[in-house]
Design a protein around this ligand. Sequence first.
Ligand SMILES: CSCCC(=O)C(=O)COP(=O)(O)O
Ligand code: ZN
Length: 205
Amino acid sequence: MQTKAAKQALIDAGRWVSQQGWVPATGGNFSMKTDDGFVVTASGFDKGYLTPEQFLELDQQGNIVSGDGKPSAETALHLKLYELQPQSGCILHTHSVAATVLSRFIRSDSFAVTGYEMQKSLSGIHSHLDTLSIAIFDNDQDIPALAERVAKHHQTHPITHGVLIRGHGLYALGNSIFETRRHIEGLEFLFACELERIKLEGAVK
Ligand SMILES: CSCCC(=O)C(=O)COP(=O)(O)O
Ligand SMILES: [Zn+2]
């Protein structure tokens, strides 16, 4: 995709995720592969009201080639995820309440679900009987270190649809912005269902 069109697609995605309440304050960051490299959101802006000036353009190696301000503080994690999953074309990082709370509630290193028809919104999942597993990593202000932990985990448990960062949010991957948006919407639905189920089960204990 051309850079200008990629920025507009991310602006539209930002408005949508903001309307869903999944990028409060200045939370979240977005990136997409382009014909020349990548575009990534600049740091510190409200992702619901992005403008074309609030992006940086990176070359294929992730070096800044144009744009003002600082790239997202989490750019290194985006670049690592593209390296691990080269077919990925777009990464959207969100901070929903459900992803934040559930990733803290679950003590193990993955969110695993089965039994939901909505699992089929995720590429490669064809039955509610399949088990969907999303890895959870402890949060870290050292983003390159976090990216290295993700890479190490990927060697034994390949990352497919996304990762959760504990108490922080979701990184969703897809081969296009359309697939990534679908993955976010499907995953957020599943997170919300699981939160409701946990609350109901707690109430009857
Ligand atoms: C209040 S959001 C804290 C930083 C963060 O987690 C985030 O997603 C936004 O960071 P950026 O540098 O991309 O604006
Ligand atoms: Zn974040």
